[in-house]
Design a protein around this ligand. Structure first.
Ligand code: BTN
Length: 269
């Protein structure tokens, strides 16, 4: 059973929202299929950069690699943010890095120590608490719009994660489980969106390299032995690092250097 916490409040989110662009337009729904899908429709209708869609719950929340994102109502954060960058599609990865940096800072403000696991999972006590799903629409080698979808387990109980996800639930946790107290979802949401705006401003002022360097300082994947799953392929190796395009660079057990653009890893050490 999922025990709901206090409802999200637009007013209280706004009290904690001080960014320049993100959250200029803010929509809060009860239950939707997916906040990314709702925002995609708004984007087609001309929504401005920085528009945010939030929902109390999702009935068809999407995770990376075609997975379902468990999205019970009233306990967590489900947010989508619209960007309209002038970039070729090959360069949008930096936006996922920006999202994970903002999540890192927002989690740290709650007094909990996070870590980033490639590509953009936020871990606490070695378990996943948050993830990022970037969905871009491009034409003529130009990104027309980019939606960053962010899910954070804030107040869901560990038991509920296991009941819903089985063994996969054991690899997940929530900030409440780790902090030992309820997380104020409206404050967290406002602070996360403000921090996202700050990292976006850093990117605009200093470029992708500054973001990548900050991200590298906070990631725990480099140097680890991992199992890589990329589509139907699996291999073991040691992570050499993450290149400028956001690909994971792994030395496999035959000594070959391989680049992984999109996939999943499991730590072996
Ligand atoms: C991951 O697999 O780690 C990414 C999870 C992203 C989930 C969020 S919840 C809000 C937004 N709407 C969705 O349908 N997915 C993202």
């Amino acid at each position: 059973m999922v025990v709901a916490s206090e409802r999200l409040s637009i007013e209280r989110i706004r009290q904690n929202l001080t960014g320049q662009i993100i959250g200029r337009q803010l929509y809060l729904f009860g239950e939707v299929l997916s906040t990314n899908s709702v925002l995609a429709r708004l984007a087609e209708g001309g929504a401005r950069e920085g528009t945010v869609v939030l929902a109390e719950g999702q009935t068809a929340g999407r995770g990376r690699l075609g997975k379902v994102w468990f999205s019970p109502a009233g306990v967590n954060l489900y947010a989508s943010i619209l960007f309209r960058p002038s970039l070729p599609p090959s360069e949008v990865t930096v936006f996922s890095l920006i999202a994970s940096l903002a999540l890192f800072d927002a989690i740290q403000e709650e007094g909990v120590t996070p870590a980033i696991k490639w590509p953009n999972d936020l871990l606490v006590s070695r378990k996943k608490v948050a993830g990022v799903l970037a969905e871009a629409r491009s034409s003529d080698e130009q990104v027309r719009r980019l939606i960053l979808g962010v899910g954070v387990n804030l107040n869901i109980e560990g038991q509920a994660l296991v009941a819903a996800l089985g063994n996969a639930g054991l690899a997940a946790t929530s900030l409440r489980e780790v902090a030992g107290r309820e997380i104020d979802r409206s404050v967290f949401t406002g602070r996360f969106l403000t921090l996202l705006d700050e990292w976006f401003q850093i990117y605009c002022a200093k470029g992708a390299q500054a973001v990548l360097q900050a991200w590298r300082d906070r990631e725990i994947t480099t140097g680890r032995r991992v199992e890589v799953r990329e589509g139907s392929e699996r291999f073991d190796g040691r992570v050499l690092g993450v290149n400028g395009g956001g690909d994971l660079v792994v030395q496999d057990s035959h000594g070959r250097t391989r680049k992984v653009a999109s996939g999943e890893i499991r730590f072996l050490d």
